[in-house]
Design a protein around this ligand. Sequence first.
Ligand SMILES: Nc1nc2c(ncn2[C@@H]2O[C@H](COP(=O)(O)OP(=O)(O)OP(=O)(O)O)[C@@H](O)[C@H]2O)c(=O)[nH]1
Ligand SMILES: [Mg+2]
Length: 599
Amino acid sequence: MQKIRNIAVIAHVDHGKTTLVDGLLEQSGTYGDHEAHEERAMDSNDLEKERGITILSKNTAIRYKDYKINIIDTPGHADFGGEVERVLKMVDGVLVLVDAYEGVMPQTKFVVKKMLALGKKPIVVINKIDKDSADPDRVVDEMFDLFAQMDATDDQQDFPVIYAAARDGIAKMDMSEEGGDFQCIFETILNEVPEPEGSPDNPAQAQVFTLDYDNYVGKIGISRIFNGRLKKGDNIKLAKADGEMINGKISKLIGFHGLNRMEIQEAEAGDIVAIAGMETVDVGDTICDPVNPVALDPMHVEEPTLTVVFSVNDSPLAGQEGKHVTGNKIRERLESEMTTNVAMKYEPAGEGKFQVSGRGELQITVLAENMRREGFEFGISRPEVIVKEIEGIKCEPFEHLVIDVPEELGGTVIERLGKRKAEMKSMLPMGVGFQRIEFEIPARGLIGFRGQFLTDTKGEGVMNHSFLEFRPYSGSVESRQYGALISTEKGEAMAFSIFNLQDRGGMFIKPQDKVYEGMIIGEHSRSNDLSVNPIKGKAQSNVRSSGADEAIKLVPPRDMNLEKALEWIEDDELLEVTPLSVRIRKRLLTEAERKRASR
Ligand SMILES: Nc1nc2c(ncn2[C@@H]2O[C@H](COP(=O)(O)OP(=O)(O)OP(=O)(O)O)[C@@H](O)[C@H]2O)c(=O)[nH]1
Ligand SMILES: [Mg+2]
């Protein structure tokens, strides 16, 4: 039997997982001599590269001595936490990274809790020790405390600690050592992570934990083989979550090595491979021996907590910038998304309307962003949390929120969050004049909070949150404080009118931008909506003006990207998303309609 170790790399967002995997690939000599590779090589899709975050978990394999180490890099953002949970079932040990300054963050808690509950063996990596503000001793203590709080077993609590500057390829077991490289990480993996259980001689059992799609071979299930052998061409039975058994055949078997995937003929217990040939394959399905089919425990797929409505764009500018604009096209696209993205759900919601649910705003924006790049044009409504009934009680999702703010601003932020039904749990000084405040807050209270928070803290505050649980509904929370500046006209915005409007609030548009009646062009500095004319040119007059008024000084417009705009809008507003623009509008475009509706 092959010597294998299976590990996942888990952590809070940005603590350096993908960078560490770069180092593991590099220092194991997995790359060929002339193989080109970029920084954070595993973040392979466009959005991941642009945003510098991991969206999908991905696996790779390296050789170290005579071992094969399968590594799964996971996303750290809370919206993708469900995926981490599934990945954890596929591995025997984990590298838990934690930033040497930031320490334990909401998603650190989330992933550590899941990992401990599944009985995995942790190796703690204190990363970014090169930072000036690094405080590795404090962070090690925080990890010990966290493990203890979360009922780690003695064996888990006795975790090895590695200190690393992953970006510089440095790792060591002792802070006092000079230099150091990733040898100690490889050795610790070999020594601490249990070898896979199961036997190649048992009837085959493999479980699918991620789906992929390829135009040539169709749906692909990335799977961990727990028992037996799988060969290309094998007949198998596919055990579904509902107990159904479907006959299938392995048309292709794909192995991983570094950044490459290659066709292989055979794989055996303990390994992680991609399997093609089963059109109905889903996450959690077991690929079984056809004679002796025994399904593995189905996998828990996290429920969505947030929902929005995608709709056919019906603004006056509809159809001018997009390629795919019809309800049919949008429906097909959403349906195809759902075949590989198990964490999201979709259902039709009336003529030209589609309800899309997921784990958070980022997950929804990533889908919308991909669609607009593919040429789609559509509307999106304000995100709503999913309310559900548990034992007869109306419940809503709650989040664990951690904010780091300059000390003098703590009070302001606490007051704001109070109005959003947050409950403060702790407050600690963080050194360098910052304090860390932890809250529990209904997810509803967080919608639209980020923009406010960044303004309140002049961009210095940092906030992080992750899903806690469903709890009884907490009543109404404060929403947006300011009204909208709404265009009364259709045409192109004029510098002169924007100049005159800018003391009414913050503008979202610049001269020459297209506007229409009912489009929102800025945020009013008061709480009510205000209708304005942004296309008025300067009136001709006989009075000679001095040269000075030619130099109109415009404040740069606020950049309302998809995420910011989605957080900003209210129930009676919509986003209009096209490949070229993100516009904000009132659902009802004319003032008369809005007046009628408000009666
Ligand atoms: N100073 C310092 N920065 C690092 C180190 N390792 C990673 N970084 C930086 O931290 C940032 C995040 O690194 P990533 O590897 O993308 O982090 P990640 O954990 O994979 O992030 P997500 O996948 O989005 O959760 C990047 O800008 C890295 O260059 C380190 O050892 N020291
Ligand atoms: Mg990453």
